[in-house]
Design a protein around this ligand. Structure first.
Ligand code: ASP
Length: 292
């Protein structure tokens, strides 16, 4: 694996391998082959967890970390993504992590030879988020086949939902959607919110992606919370073993109540923690194809 743009680039076997690697890093395994390698993180969209868990993973490996400042770069003079990325290659960086608002931005980067890991492309994919979600689910249920998961929220604009639905179906999970906006972007089994709460093993809530709407959806936070949010009552109506997930950032009081964020059934903090180990595992993998 020299690139990671979408999970379509990985076989099921490779996905399982990355999850296993991440588990060994979580158990404390160390790896010193990347010490001193130069990583640059190019985030053209805001990010906290993805960006800084890549930084944390790079630091654990003893890599030299550079964080690209879009605002102070030649992007502001109109330089293209390709010319920016090619510059980083010529400057001697060994690998790049890129998040960009353009879906499929990586199609422009064919002529770049250094490893690139995507931190998310527009409404397309978010491969490392899905891997950390899978790791969190595996820790909980030990396997994937037959588990029922519902994605609740702004399905159409969520690269997390798109990536997860695709990969989770491959791995044998049953995927459902609760789409409050009825924008019908994915051909998935729809389910009513109250039924989802009672029936699912996993409830994955999604942020309303206002920045991608381009128009006013007129969402009233209180009404949304009442109709589709994870209230304390809904938490109490879940199956005993069922869990709550959210890729974050979450809107407290909209898709999740304060109670739901850190309640016993929430695995949201674990998702964040697992993000570091997944990013260690994918960094190791992209360099496995490079001469050490
Ligand atoms: N952090 C996730 C993403 O970058 C989810 C979100 O922003 O709502 O797609």
């Amino acid at each position: 694996m020299k690139i990671l743009f979408t999970l379509d680039d990985l076989s099921e076997q490779e996905i399982h391998h990355i999850l296993q690697e991440a588990e060994t890093f979580k158990k404390g395994k160390t790896y010193d082959k990347l010490v001193g390698k130069k990583a640059a993180n190019l985030f053209f969209e805001p990010s906290t967890r993805t960006h800084y868990s890549f930084v944390a993973a790079q630091q654990k490996f003893g890599m030299q970390v550079t964080n690209f400042n879009v605002e102070k770069s030649s992007i502001k003079k109109g330089e293209s993504l390709y010319d920016t990325v090619k510059t980083f290659e010529m400057l001697g960086f060994d690998c790049l992590v890129i998040r960009h608002p353009q879906t499929n931005y990586f199609l422009e980067l064919d002529n770049v030879s250094i490893p690139i890991l995507s931190g998310g492309d527009g409404t397309g994919s978010h491969p490392t988020q899905s891997l950390l979600d899978l790791m969190t689910i595996k820790e909980e249920f030990k396997q994937f086949k037959g588990l029922k998961i519902a994605f609740i929220g702004d399905i159409m604009h969520s690269r997390v939902a798109h990536t997860n639905i695709k990969v989770m179906k491959r791995l044998g999970l049953e995927c459902y959607v609760v789409d409050p906006f009825g924008l019908g972007a994915v051909e998935e089994k729809s389910i009513d919110i109250e039924e989802a709460i009672k029936e699912m093993d996993i409830l994955m809530f999604l942020r309303i992606q206002f920045e991608r709407h381009g128009y006013d959806l007129s969402v009233n936070p209180q009404t949304y919370h009442k109709e589709y949010g994870m209230t304390k009552e809904r938490v109490q109506a879940m199956k005993d073993h069922a869990i709550i997930m959210h890729p974050a950032p979450y809107n407290r009081g909209v898709e999740l109540s304060d109670y739901a964020v850190e309640c016993e059934k929430s695995r949201i903090m674990k998702q964040m923690e697992n993000g570091v180990y997944i990013r260690m595992a994918v960094l190791k993998e992209v360099f496995n194809h490079e001469p050490n």
